[in-house]
Design a protein around this ligand. Structure first.
Ligand code: HEC
Ligand code: HEC
Length: 197
């Protein structure tokens, strides 16, 4: 527990140094042009229709900025994202973060397996996911939104943390969480969160 809070505090402190958004940046045409490239994979309005590609709409601004920085630095590895992130400036990072954060988050559809959600909700309580991700799972600061995210992407992300395939700044907190989870727990909690309303 102690290690978790230390690594999380460190990532938050580093983010303050990284800087905040300048007013109105999200409005400019340049950002819309850049964001059009993203929509090709992440979907119109930041809502993904593609397996293993996350929705970005409504993610916390700081979370988005950090992930772009991690891809650019190569500390988060992905064949599709890395070439894109290599081309973006710090200013792009800030304006793209603000742009997607301001979009309406994905709305969960009908939950076809409420029993699995019930199991997932028990996992979330037992593992205290809401203590960092907030009670609505909307995320905050460098902590991701989980509510309404694609189910198979949530599974992938948790497996990636568990296997240390995904690290990143706040990732140390998630590695500690995911390391102790069984695949059954991962599947259940991902379902619960994907349909969370
Ligand atoms: C060629 C397809 C593709 C394009 C174009 C693309 N992405 Fe991605 N993006 C991905 C994939 C795939 C992932 C998931 C990576 C993983 O599994 O770790 C991802 C992940 C991300 C994440 C992490 C989100 C999370 O919830 O973990 C962010 C932020 C992101 N992309 C932003 C962008 C932005 C901004 C653009 C446009 C400048 C963009 N992407 C363009 C494929 C793409
Ligand atoms: C100690 C704080 C903490 C706790 C507890 C925690 N998380 Fe996280 N979580 C984070 C942080 C910080 C990130 C962003 C990490 C990064 O930069 O990769 C994150 C990211 C994630 C992601 C990646 C989302 C994305 O879009 O890429 C998933 C999935 C996730 N957490 C699920 C969970 C689940 C499920 C639980 C409970 C079993 C949980 N988390 C508990 C702090 C926490």
């Amino acid at each position: 527990m102690r290690r978790q809070s230390i690594s999380y505090a460190l990532s938050t402190a580093a983010l303050v140094a990284f800087g905040t958004l300048s007013a109105g940046a999200a409005d400019n045409a340049a950002v819309q042009e850049k964001a059009a490239v993203c929509s090709g994979c992440h979907g119109e309005n930041g809502i993904s229709q593609t397996e293993n590609i996350p929705s970005l709409a409504g993610q916390p601004d700081q979370f988005l900025q950090w992930q772009l920085v991690f891809f650019r630095a190569g500390s988060r590895k992905n064949e599709q994202m890395q070439p894109i992130a290599e081309d973006i400036t710090n200013e792009d990072v800030r304006s793209l973060g603000a742009y997607f954060a301001a979009m309406t988050p994905p709305q969960a559809g009908e939950d076809k397996d409420p029993d699995l959600s019930k199991k997932g909700s028990q996992v979330a309580v037992g593992r205290r996911c809401a203590s960092c991700h907030t009670d609505t799972f909307a995320g905050t600061k460098a902590v991701a939104r989980l509510a309404g995210q694609r189910e198979e992407y949530l599974v992938k992300a948790l497996r990636d943390y568990k296997s240390s395939q995904r690290v990143g700044g706040g990732g140390a907190a998630m590695a500690d969480v995911a390391y102790h989870m069984s695949d059954e727990e991962i599947t259940a909690v991902a379902h619960y969160l994907a349909y969370f309303k």
